[in-house]
Ligand binder design. Structure first.
Ligand code: ZN
Length: 496
C-alpha cells in the first residue's frame, strides 16, 4: 500500500462556495460532513483580487496572480486608462495543464471552466469551455465532441438571471445537476488522468440571492448531493480534490475610491464640456440604478446595451492622469489598488488613506496589477466593496452600488481532499496555486517551474506521496506548444 501513486485525480470546483456558510449549515450538508470526517477539509486563500478569471488562471497553471499577472477582467492602457481586451485564462505566457499534458503525453479533461479562449486542445482527453463562450462558438474539443454536444443542445452560457425569481433559481440548480452528469459521462468515456469539473451556478446564485439564506442553502444542498456522488465515485487508487475559487460575503456598502481621491484633491478629471455632461448623466443614471433592482440586474453583465450607455457615462478616460497624483483600477472586490502616479505624493496619499475607518489592512508594493507604479493595496473591512469607477459622486461611501447584487466575492474559499491515502479529519489551509501541484504530485508528474504553489503533502498518509517533488522547465513546455500550434496551422492550411 505504501508509496503507491494515484491512478487518477478529479478536481471538483464549486465556484464561490463559502467555508463559513458550510460550517453554519453542516446539519443540512451531510456529504460535506463526511468529507471533513473521512478526508481532510478546510480553507483556501484565493487570488488577490479574488475574481474568477484570476482564480481560473491559478487553477490551470498552479501559479499565484503575482506570476499569472491576471488582476482584472480587462486590460487597461496605462497611458490613457482606456479599456482593452477581455483577459482570458489561456492567453498567458506560462504553461497550463493542457500544455503540460500535451508535452508529457497524458490525458486531461477540462469541463465548464470559464474564460477559455482560445480553447486549449489536448492530444488526449477533452475540453468543454464555460462562460463567457457562446453556444455558437467552438466551445469544445475534440471536434466530434463539439458536434455531439451541439446536437444535444448543450450550452456553455448562463441563463438570464432575474433577481427574486424562483424560476431563475430552479433553472440554475437544474443546470448545475445536468452539467455534473455530462462531466461524469465524459470522464467515463475519455478516462483522463487529471480532470477538472467547474460548476459556476453557486457563484451566480450567491451574487443575486445572498440576502435569501433559504435560496443559498438550496444551492449548497445541490452542491452537497453532487459532492456525495463524487465521493462515491472516488474508487480505490483515485483522489478527489474539492475546492472553491473564493468565498462570498454580504455586500453592505460600496467604497468609491476614485471619488474619495478626487475629494482629497489627489485625482483630477479633465476639464471640458463633454466631461461635465458625462458627469451629470452618470450621477442621474447611478441614482436610478441604485433604486431599481431590475435596472441593476440588466446592467450587471456586459451587453450591447451597456456598451452603448457607457459611451455617455464618465469613464476612466476622463481622468487627467497628467494632473493626478493617484488613481485606482481593478474589479469590485474587498481590495483596492491605488496606483501612485507621482512618487513625491506618496506620503500625502498614505496619510489620506489612513484616515479611512473602513480599512482593515494596508500595504505598499512596488507594483501590482497593470500599472507599473508603486501601488497601495487596501483590504477593506468585511462587507465593504471597493469600486474603482471614475469619480462620479461627492459621497465616497454608498449603500451597495447595485440593487440586484447582494453578495460579493470574499478571499476565503474551501479546500478538501478525499480518497485512499488521505489523512482523515485534518484541517486544510491551502492557497489556490497549491491545487494543481497537489494533483500533479499525487500522480508523480512534474510541476512546471513557473508554478509557485506547493503540493499539500502533509494531508497524505506517511509514504503515500512524500517524496522528491519533480519540476519541469516552463520554457520547454511553451516551446513545444508553439511548435504544436504551428504544425496544426500548417495542417489546417493544407486541408483548406
Ligand atoms: Zn468565482
Amino acid at each position: 500500500m505504501r508509496n503507491r501513486k494515484y491512478n487518477s485525480v478529479t478536481i471538483l470546483v464549486f465556484d464561490g462556495l463559502s467555508p463559513d456558510f458550510i460550517q453554519e449549515h453542516l446539519d443540512y450538508l451531510p456529504n460535506f460532513r463526511k468529507l471533513m470526517i473521512e478526508g481532510s477539509f478546510g480553507k483556501i486563500t484565493s487570488t488577490i483580487p479574488p475574481i474568477t478569471i484570476s482564480c481560473v488562471a491559478s487553477f490551470l497553471t498552479g501559479a499565484s496572480s503575482k506570476v499569472t499577472r491576471v488582476f482584472d477582467f480587462r486590460e487597461y492602457d496605462p497611458r490613457n486608462l482606456r479599456k482593452e481586451e477581455i483577459i482570458f485564462a489561456t492567453r498567458l505566457s506560462i504553461p497550463n495543464i493542457v500544455d503540460l499534458s500535451n508535452y508529457i503525453g497524458f490525458s486531461v479533461g477540462v469541463f465548464n471552466v470559464p474564460f477559455l479562449s482560445p480553447l486549449p486542445k489536448p492530444s488526449k482527453g477533452f475540453v468543454v469551455a464555460g462562460f463567457p463562450l457562446s453556444e455558437k462558438s467552438d466551445y469544445a474539443w475534440p471536434a466530434d465532441l463539439l458536434e455531439e454536444l451541439r446536437a444535444r443542445k448543450y450550452s456553455p452560457e448562463i441563463p438570464q438571471i432575474l433577481p427574486n425569481s424562483t424560476d431563475t433559481i430552479d433553472k440554475l440548480i437544474q443546470e448545475m445537476k445536468s452539467r455534473w452528469e455530462i462531466f461524469k459521462e465524459l470522464r467515463e468515456r475519455y478516462r483522463p488522468l487529471i480532470s477538472i469539473a467547474w460548476l459556476s451556478e453557486t457563484d451566480h446564485i450567491s451574487h443575486y440571492f445572498w440576502h435569501r439564506k433559504d435560496v443559498i442553502l438550496r444551492a449548497y444542498q445541490c452542491a452537497d448531493r453532487i459532492l456525495g456522488d463524487a465521493l462515491k465515485q472516488t474508487k480505490k487508487g483515485s483522489l478527489l480534490i474539492v475546492a472553491s475559487d473564493h468565498g462570498f460575503m454580504e455586500h453592505k456598502s460600496t467604497f468609491l475610491i476614485n471619488s474619495y481621491l478626487k475629494g482629497k484633491g489627489l485625482l483630477k478629471l479633465r476639464k471640458g464640456p463633454l466631461t461635465v455632461f458625462k458627469l451629470l448623466l452618470t450621477k442621474t443614471g447611478m441614482g436610478l440604478r441604485q433604486k431599481s433592482t431590475l435596472l441593476g440586474a440588466i446592467t450587471f453583465r456586459e451587453s450591447k446595451f451597456t456598451r452603448l450607455i457607457e459611451k455617455f457615462l464618465i469613464s476612466r478616460e476622463d481622468i487627467d492622469i497628467e494632473k493626478s497624483l493617484a488613481v485606482s483600477l481593478g474589479p469590485d472586490t474587498e481590495f483596492c489598488f491605488v496606483h501612485v502616479l507621482r512618487d513625491e505624493g506618496l506620503d500625502n496619499l498614505v496619510e489620506c488613506l489612513k484616515e479611512l475607518s473602513i480599512v482593515e489592512d494596508m500595504s505598499i508594493v512596488k507594483e501590482w496589477g497593470q500599472m507599473k507604479t508603486t501601488t497601495i493595496v487596501l483590504r477593506l473591512k468585511k462587507g465593504y466593496i471597493c469600486s474603482s469607477l471614475a469619480p462620479w459622486s461627492e459621497k465616497y461611501l454608498i449603500k451597495a452600488s447595485n440593487g440586484a447584487i447582494t453578495g460579493q466575492h470574499f478571499l476565503e474559499g474551501i479546500a478538501g481532499l478525499y480518497g485512499e491515502g488521505v489523512r482523515s479529519g485534518m484541517e486544510i489551509h491551502a492557497r489556490i496555486e497549491d491545487i494543481l501541484p497537489t494533483a500533479l504530485h499525487a500522480l508523480r508528474l512534474p510541476i512546471p517551474d513557473s508554478s509557485d504553489g506547493c503540493p499539500l503533502v502533509e494531508f497524505f498518509e506517511e509514504g503515500r506521496i512524500k517524496e522528491e517533488i519533480k519540476t519541469i522547465s516552463k520554457d520547454r513546455i511553451i516551446a513545444y506548444s508553439k511548435i504544436r500550434k504551428l504544425r496544426r496551422a500548417v495542417k489546417d492550411r493544407d486541408k483548406g
